[in-house]
Structures are given as structure tokens and as C-alpha cells.
Design a binder for this molecule. Structure first.
Ligand code: COA
Length: 280
């Protein structure tokens, strides 16, 4: 029988992961390294990026930690240059760095809104744009970490919804512009993922918030970081090479259900405001 999956799915590949110092992106970096890739982890906090890289090295993998803010094109370019200098090539970039806080539009300043647009959307553009010169070859991959908010309007998440919808369209457009070079551009849109910084913000009061969120998800559970990373690994591996220009939800069926008033669990006054406005 033909063996479909090889133990070293990404051997001889080099991956660059933004925001790889924690959460989903750290697990993606680890799974890529476990599959044989050399990995560069970039983050605003160099110590965090280096700590994540050293865990990979201790486990026998190849990794370096680099500092850089995805909002700054020059910093991303410099980190990519370092990666190419260290490992001699670059095949995959994961635009994973993201920002989030829970606030209604009236509860954030224009700068608060812009900050998330800058990290998520401009950051994804900067990462893909600065990496183009290294990736433009068969096997090149831009993988963006989007979120279900890109298609589900979500109360308290106007900034994230707008940013992630932009990410999805950016990825699809780049896939068309860059496809003939060999680069693929793909997004992953996770729903809730256990034990992440993002979900700590979205479910601040623990079990009560989680129960409410999971009640809207057909699979009635959150994803594990490993499940998200496994999808990323598949997309980067031989089996994923014809997947291009699309955003793949990994959400336990959440987007099949549609939007719900997520924010109301954090701020019951939202509902009250709507009701008062309707009866006025
Ligand atoms: N409610 C409303 N506005 C908020 C806010 C909140 N909870 N948290 C931050 N902001 C606003 C700030 O007030 C500021 O606006 P102002 O200058 O008009 O006051 C703006 O957002 C930028 O905040 P600042 O702390 O200076 O930005 P930063 O670049 O240091 O941090 C964040 C970016 C706000 C996204 C921060 O939460 C962060 O660093 N997150 C990274 C980790 C993360 O979010 N992970 C989850 C990913 S899903």
C-alpha cells in the first residue's frame, strides 16, 4: 500500500511565523519543526520569540527567535533577511500575529480600531509583501491566520471583523496576482481555540463565557491548538499544494450556524440599548 503521509513532511523547508511566541502560532511553528522544517519565529517581544525557538531546539528541531512588529514593514523585511541568511531559503510565511480586545465600537477610539487593523490586516500585507522576493517559486506559501469574525459580524469585535474580512480578501487577491509565480496564498479561519490569549480576552469570566460560546457551536467544544496547527501543516505539505486562494474555516460548524450576540454575555446593556432604541 502507498504511504500517503511522510514522517518528514516539510524536510528542507524553511518557515517564518509571525506571533509565533505563543498560542496557535507557537504550535504551528512547533508542528512545522516536528515535520522537519527550520523555523524562524518573529514577535514584538524578542524574549518570547527566542523562548519558543529554544523549546524547539531543545526538542531537536531547528529554530531562531527574531524581534519585529508586523506593523513595521522595515522590521518584517529585516527579520526575513535574517531568516534567509540563517537558513539559506524561505518557503512558507505564516501571518499569525493578531491583536484583539473586547469593546463595542462606541467603547473604542479611532486609534483602538486602527491598532487592530494595523496588526491584523496591514501586518498580513507587510509579511506577505516583504516575503514575496523569497517565496516566488513553486512551493512558496503565504498562510494567513484569519478568524470566524471575518464572515460572522460579532458584537464587541467590529475592529477584528473588519480586519479579518480584509485579510481574507487580501489573501484571495494575492493568490490571483501571485499564482503564476508558484506562490499559494491561503487562510485559516479558526473559531474558538482553547488556552489562547485571544480566548482569554473573549471569555474573561471563564466557564460561564465558555458554556455560552460553546452552546452556539455544533461540535460543542473549542478547537485545540494542535488541530489548527495540523491544518496549517497539511496546507504546507505535499497534500495541500493545489489549495490556493481560499479561506478554510476550522470552527466546529460555527459559521454554518451564523452570528449570535456574543458580546451580550460581556455587556448585557447592548441588548437593553437595542430594546430601548426600538421602543423609543
Ligand atoms: N478597549 C478599548 N480600547 C482599547 C482596549 C480596550 N480593551 N485596549 C486597547 N485599546 C486602545 C487603546 O486605548 C489605544 O487607543 P488610544 O491611543 O486612543 O487610547 C489603542 O487601543 C492602542 O492601544 P495600545 O495598548 O497602545 O496598543 P498596543 O500596540 O500596545 O497593543 C493591543 C495592541 C491593544 C491589540 C493589545 O491588546 C495587544 O498587544 N494584543 C496582542 C495580543 C492579543 O491581542 N492577542 C490576541 C489575538 S486574537
Amino acid at each position: 500500500m502507498k504511504e500517503v503521509f511522510q514522517p518528514n513532511l516539510l524536510s528542507s523547508k524553511v518557515a517564518f511565523v509571525t506571533g509565533g511566541g505563543s498560542g496557535i502560532n507557537q504550535r504551528i511553528a512547533e508542528q512545522f519543526a516536528e515535520a522537519g522544517a527550520a523555523v524562524a519565529i518573529m514577535g514584538r517581544d524578542r524574549n518570547k520569540a527566542e523562548a519558543a525557538a529554544s523549546l524547539i531546539r531543545e526538542a531537536g528541531g531547528q529554530a531562531i527567535g527574531l524581534s519585529g512588529d508586523v506593523r513595521n514593514h522595515d522590521q518584517v523585511s529585516a527579520a526575513l533577511y535574517e531568516t534567509n541568511k540563517e537558513f539559506g531559503r524561505l518557503d512558507i510565511v505564516v501571518a499569525g500575529a493578531a491583536g484583539n480586545f473586547v469593546a463595542r465600537a462606541t467603547g473604542m477610539s479611532a486609534n483602538g480600531f486602527k491598532t487592530v487593523i494595523d496588526i491584523d490586516l496591514l501586518g498580513t500585507f507587510n509579511t506577505a509583501h516583504a516575503a514575496y522576493e523569497y517565496l516566488a517559486k513553486p512551493g512558496g506559501l503565504v498562510l494567513a491566520i484569519s478568524a470566524v469574525q471575518s464572515t460572522l459580524p460579532t458584537v464587541t469585535q467590529s475592529h477584528v471583523c473588519a480586519a479579518k474580512a480584509g485579510v481574507d480578501m487580501l489573501i484571495k487577491t494575492l493568490a490571483i496576482e501571485w499564482g503564476q509565480t508558484g506562490i499559494r496564498c491561503v487562510g485559516i479561519a479558526p473559531g474558538p481555540v482553547g488556552d489562547t490569549e485571544g480566548m482569554k480576552r473573549l471569555a474573561p469570566d471563564g466557564k460561564a463565557s465558555w458554556d455560552r460560546i460553546l452552546g452556539h457551536i455544533p461540535s460543542r467544544r473549542a478547537a485545540s491548538q494542535d488541530e489548527i496547527a495540523s491544518l496549517a501543516l497539511f496546507l504546507a505539505s505535499q497534500g495541500g499544494q493545489y489549495i490556493n486562494g481560499t479561506i478554510i474555516p476550522i470552527d466546529g460548524g460555527q459559521t454554518a450556524v451564523g452570528s449570535y450576540e456574543f458580546g451580550s454575555m460581556l455587556d448585557d446593556s447592548i441588548k437593553k440599548d437595542h430594546l430601548q432604541a426600538a421602543s423609543a
